[in-house]
Design a protein around this ligand. Sequence first.
Ligand SMILES: [Zn+2]
Ligand SMILES: [Zn+2]
Length: 141
Amino acid sequence: MTDDLTGACLCGAVRYRCRGEPLSMGLCQCERCQRQSGSAFLIATVFAQEAVQLESGELKTYAAFDADGMGLYRHFCPTCGSAVMITLDRYPGIRSMMGGTLDDKTRLKPSFSLWCSSAQPWLQLPAGIELFAEYPDGLIA
Ligand SMILES: [Zn+2]
Ligand SMILES: [Zn+2]
C-alpha cells in the first residue's frame, strides 16, 4: 500500500491525484520539452490512465503531430501556464504527469533520460540514469 501521489500547477487551480506507484519516471531532453518547460529537461512520471484523476481546475491542450499523424498532447494550466500532463496517441493507456508539479518531489526517482542527443552541454546527469540518444522503440514514457 502506497500513498497517492498528488500534484498541482503553480497557481493551484489544477490539482490531480495518482493512485499507486508510477509505471516509470524519466527525463526528456528533447528540444520541444526544453521549450515547453523553459528548462533543460522535462520530468515525466508515467501512470496508467485509470490511476490519474483531475481533482480541480481545467487544462488547455497544445497538440503536435508526428510524420505518422500521431498526436502528442501537452496539457497545461491556462491561468499560470504550468505544464501538467502529456498524453499520446501512440500510448492511449497512459498519462505522463510532469514531475515538477508533484507535491512531494522527494518521490521523484528518474531512471532514464530520452533525447540525450539534444542535451544542454553543461548538464551532467547522475550515474545510474540510463541514457538514450533519442526515443527507443517500445519504451513507454
Ligand atoms: Zn495554474
Ligand atoms: Zn521531449
